[in-house]
Design a protein. Sequence first.
Length: 309
Amino acid sequence: MEHKLLKEVLACFKEERMVFHYFKDKYCMFLLEQFIGEGKTISELKQSHLSQLCTKPVIREWLSNIGNKYIDSIRLQELWSTEMEHFSLSLDEWGGDCPSWQQTCRKGYNLVLQLNFSKSHDRVFEKVADTEYDPFAYGMHPVHKGSRNTLAWSRIDISDDFSEALIEEVQTDWLREVDSTYKYLQKLDDVCDYERYGIKPYKEQFKAYVESMYSYKKLWDEAILTASLEFLVKKIGVKNIFYYDFETGCKLKELDCGRPPKSLYTKLPRKFGFKKIYEAPSFIAEDYYVKRKVKKLKIEQQSWFQMQF
C-alpha cells in the first residue's frame, strides 16, 4: 500500500489502546458472529461455508444445548471461556525497500499488526532473561520497538479503497527462539554460559519459563489471524480478505530459501473456513510490478485463500 495511506491508517489508531483476549478456538466466535448477524437457524449454519465448525467438540456441544434450533448473538456468548491469555495489540509499518528482501508481493508498504505479551508475562520474562540483550526477538523483523515483547505479528497489504486486503504473513520468532535456545543450553554443563545467550544463570527458572510457553504454542497462530481479521473487518471495514496459498506465496515473495512452516499457509486458512480460489485479489492482479514478476518467474497458475464478510 502507499506510504501516505498507511500513515493515515496508523494516525487513526495512534491513541487507541487495544487489548486482546484469546482462548483456544475463540476464532469460532468471531466467524459465527459475522455469519449469524441478527440470527440464523442451526440448519442454515450447517449448510454454510462455516459448516466445518459444527464438527468441533466445543461447537457441537454448544449446538446440542440450543433447544429452539435458533442461534443469535446472545446465545453465542455461551462459548466464552474464562481460561484465556491476555495480550495487547499495536500497529507499525513495514516496507519501502526491495520487495524480495522485505517479502512482499508488490512494492510499497505493509500494515503490521503486533500481538504483544501481557505485562504479567513480561515480569516473569525479566526474571530469566537480560531484556537489553533481547534473546528471543529479531530487531530486523517487525516487532514492537518499545516496551512490549511481541509474540507474533501479521503483515497486511490493503487496497486503496479498503475493499480488499491481503494477509502477507503471520509469524512468531519468540516461540521458535525459546525452543532453540533451551535445547542448546541443555547441552552446557556450566549455567554461567547462559549469560552469553542473554539468559540469567537460573536453570530451573528458565526451564519453568520454557514450559509456560506451551500454552502459547497451542494458540498463537489462531490468535494472530483472529486479531488480524477482527481488525480488518471491525476497525477498517474490509469485507474481502485474502491469504496466500503456500506455493503462490513463496513464488510471489521470492522465497527461494527460508520458507515458512507450510501449515501456516495450508491448514490454518482452511481451519478458518477460507475458500481456495485461483484468481488473485484485484488490487494485486492489476499491479504493474506484480504482472512483471509473474511473467519473469513464469508463474502459470496462482492459488489463494479468500474470505468474504
